[in-house]
Design a protein. Structure first.
Length: 181
């Protein structure tokens, strides 16, 4: 979806990775969880940290910092997992994404969003729906459906299948914050 197709005010969940502020369409966010223990998956891609148990479902967790070529996420008191829905080939995959912290849910009008620059950015522009401006800060609005390739999603799903039968010592995420639309 290009910026030109954003024609109405939408809500976005903003979060930090290092010193950068990113945002996702709230419609694709299921919930935000406090950091919980992540079970490693053998032979998974480097950016896939493992899986968690979310109310009886196995959910893969990816480190967005690694996916974007940054240093791995360090666990702090603010580290959280954003559980989101990614659409690929008309199928929905639930994935957790590590974030340094969640900032806020905000409304953004189309006039506040501009196309990503074609040069001078260290992020691949096909991942970006646009650059928003909120309270004099720039926010990179991600196109979460385009961040992961079909092969990466298949690898993540393969890791889930391997772990689905394994017993989990993790409790349901007790420190969760529901994000509502």
């Amino acid at each position: 979806m290009a910026v030109a197709t954003i024609t109405e005010t939408k809500q976005y969940l903003s979060f930090k990775l290092a010193d950068e502020v990113f945002a996702l369409d709230v419609a694709q966010v299921r919930e935000v969880l406090d950091y919980i223990t992540i079970t490693k998956v053998p032979q998974a891609p480097e950016f896939m940290r493992g899986v968690i148990n979310v109310r009886g479902s196995v959910v893969p967790v990816v480190d967005m910092r690694l996916k974007f070529g940054m240093e791995a996420t360090e666990q702090t008191v603010d580290t959280c997992i954003i559980v989101m829905e990614i659409k690929m080939d008309e199928e929905v995959t639930v994935v957790g994404a590590l974030a340094d912290s969640v900032q806020e849910v905000m409304d953004m009008d189309p006039e506040q969003i501009e196309p990503a620059p074609k040069i001078g950015t260290r992020w691949r522009t096909e991942f970006i729906k646009g650059i928003g401006k909120h309270n004099d800060d720039f926010i990179i609005i991600l196109d979460i459906d385009r961040i992961f390739s079909e092969d990466e999603i298949l690898m993540v799903q393969g890791g889930i299948e391997e772990q689905a039968g394994a017993p989990s010592d993790q409790s349901d995420a007790s420190g969760q914050t529901e994000v509502t639309n």
